[in-house]
Design a protein around this ligand. Structure first.
Ligand SMILES: [Zn+2]
Length: 88
């Protein structure tokens, strides 16, 4: 992980450069780019469901509904939005 330079003042008044590790960014939904809750920064997987840690709850609900419709042949492959086709 990249490091960040920071100038700190010591108790004696001297300036000192301190290197700190950059924090991981919060994981975002790959469809709507919102922050996914319940996922720790860097490492942990997130909620234990399908698309957990990849899609937010609203988007995963949307994807699963369309997937079920596609499986029951109520919609054609062409009716699925292009952004959701990789989850089918
Ligand atoms: Zn989303």
């Amino acid at each position: 992980m990249a490091r960040v330079r920071k100038v700190r003042k010591t108790p004696t008044g001297k300036k000192k450069i301190v290197f700190k590790r950059k924090q991981h960014r919060k994981s975002h939904c790959s469809l709507c780019k919102k922050v996914i809750h319940g996922v720790k920064r860097g490492g942990s997987k997130g909620p234990n469901r399908k698309y957990g840690g990849e899609l937010c709850s609203a988007c995963s609900r949307k994807v699963l509904k369309i997937k079920a419709k596609f499986k029951n042949k109520t919609i054609e492959k062409g009716d699925i939005p292009i952004s959701l086709r990789k989850y089918m």
